[in-house]
Design a protein around this ligand. Structure first.
Ligand SMILES: Nc1ncnc2c1ncn2[C@@H]1O[C@H](COP(=O)(O)OP(=O)(O)OP(=O)(O)O)[C@@H](O)[C@H]1O
Length: 338
């Protein structure tokens, strides 16, 4: 673990200083590129989190801090433990190291969000604390409308509190407020016209947008995205990337798991690499992808992994993707008019 804490840039009231790429660059330049490094202003901190499945150690993380207000990518070869780690910190799974028949000891798992312990916290409480994760559309959610999916995203708000629902007028007002919020989010993610469609009828990219919009119903401070680019066609890639960057620029902390290294290189401010359950590297994308430990981890597990190449995501390529997206939107609106 790194001993040296980096200096946080001074926060100037009002607007978000980390919306400025130069400020983010300065911030990450001050963080040591080693596993478990100290962050100037961690929103989340994890210690000694271990998860065994029978004889397999899926996760064994000594220490990890997630910096507030930036985009952190969690990468690693198949089976590295990324999803299990996500499940553990969001309350969907319990670490093997959490409880022992012999009581708590120095090695028991600890993890906190905004300075508050999240150990033994249920998934819904984690989400109410301000840390939400996106979920892939399950079969059941696919059979619901886009709007119903959004309303479900708000289920932890008072609208569904049975006790408060006795106070009908205030409940109804809250319900209306939630509906307005859902519509505003659908509008932002260009899904408003689809609000009465079945979620299952959406394209891969639109599903990803819906997953993101639904997660935002609880006004999180940190959003965790599970493979936001999986199954997304190039036309929607640009739009999704833009949405993720906009969330960061508005002050949200983003942590995402992704296999697409081009995306990782393009939008991450910081990258954490897992292999065989452990954090094996941290740093900016260029630093970690040149790290022999990372190359070894990928080559050992997965010979044909494309670690991404910046040249492929040049401004010209991105402009080409934007043109494709516009052409697709124009085609869609033409088809709708007919
Ligand atoms: N419920 C489970 N029961 C048994 N083994 C499991 C379970 N969940 C995960 N594992 C094992 O734990 C290890 C880590 O899996 P995990 O899915 O967390 O990795 P990952 O990095 O998310 O992989 P991928 O990138 O392929 O999704 C793997 O060896 C996996 O087979």
């Amino acid at each position: 673990m790194a001993e040296q804490a980096a200096q946080a840039p001074a926060r100037t009231g009002g607007s978000n200083p980390l919306a400025d790429p130069a400020a983010r660059k300065q911030l990450v330049a001050g963080i040591e590129a080693v596993p478990g490094s100290k962050k100037p202003d961690p929103i989340m901190s994890v210690d000694n989190i271990v998860r065994n499945f029978g004889g397999i150690t899926a996760v064994d993380v000594d220490h990890l801090e997630v910096q507030r207000g930036i985009i952190t990518a969690l990468i690693g070869p198949n089976g590295a433990g990324k999803t299990t780690f996500f499940n553990l910190i969001t309350g969907f799974d319990r670490p093997t190291s959490a409880a022992s028949r012999f009581g708590r000891n120095e090695k028991s798992a600890r993890w906190s969000f905004e300075g508050k312990s999240l150990a033994n916290t249920s998934a819904s409480k984690v989400s109410r604390a301000g840390m939400v994760r996106t979920f892939q559309l399950t079969k059941a959610l696919s059979r619901m409308t886009v709007m119903d999916n959004m309303m479900l995203g708000a289920r932890d708000q008072t609208g569904e509190n049975l006790f408060l629902s006795w106070l009908k007028p205030s409940w109804a007002a809250q319900e209306r407020e939630i509906e307005e919020k859902a519509k505003a989010l659908l509008d932002r993610f260009r899904l408003l016209e689809k609000k009465d469609d079945y979620a299952g009828s959406l394209s891969g990219g639109q599903r990803k947008l819906l997953e993101m919009a639904r997660a935002l119903m609880t006004d999180p401070t940190m959003i965790m995205l599970d493979e936001p680019m999986a199954g997304v066609n190039p036309a929607l890639t640009q739009s999704l990337l833009g949405h993720i960057q906009a969330l960061r620029d508005e002050g949200m902390t983003v942590l995402f798991v992704e296999h697409d290294m081009h995306m990782v290189r393009h939008i991450s401010d910081w990258v954490v690499v897992m292999a065989e359950g452990k954090v094996v590297a941290e740093g900016d994308a260029n630093t970690v992808m040149a790290d022999p430990a990372v190359i070894d981890a990928y080559l050992g597990a997965h010979h044909d992994t494309d670690l991404g190449d910046d040249a492929l995501l040049s401004d010209e390529t991105m402009a080409g993707l934007a043109r494709e997206a516009e052409a697709e939107a124009a085609r869609e609106s033409g088809e709708e008019k007919r």
